[in-house]
Design a protein around this ligand. Structure first.
Ligand code: ZN
Length: 82
C-alpha cells in the first residue's frame, strides 16, 4: 500500500514539472512578427551548422515570416578548453 501511494505522488510531481517546462518554452518562443503586427508563436528551424555553433531561424507560425535568428553555441568552447 505504501509503495502504491508514493508512486502516485511521484507521477503527479513529474507531470507538474513537464507542464512548467512546456509553458516556459512557449513563452520564450513568442516573438513580434512585423507582418502579423503582433507577438506570435514561432517555429524554430535549423539554418546553418557552423564550427562555433548552430544557427537557428525563427519563423512566424501563421505567415512563415522570419522574425528572428539565434546562435546556439553548443559545447564547442568547452571542448576547446578541455
Ligand atoms: Zn506572421
Amino acid at each position: 500500500m505504501d509503495r502504491q501511494n508514493s508512486t502516485k505522488a511521484y507521477e503527479g510531481y513529474t507531470r507538474q514539472e513537464n507542464t512548467a517546462d512546456m509553458f516556459k518554452e512557449f513563452n520564450a518562443t513568442q516573438l513580434y512578427c512585423p507582418r502579423c503586427k503582433q507577438a506570435v508563436p514561432v517555429r524554430k528551424r535549423l539554418l546553418l551548422v557552423l564550427p562555433e555553433g548552430d544557427k537557428y531561424v525563427y519563423l512566424c507560425a501563421f505567415c512563415s515570416e522570419t522574425v528572428g535568428t539565434k546562435m546556439d553555441r553548443n559545447r564547442a568552447q568547452d571542448s576547446i578548453i578541455v
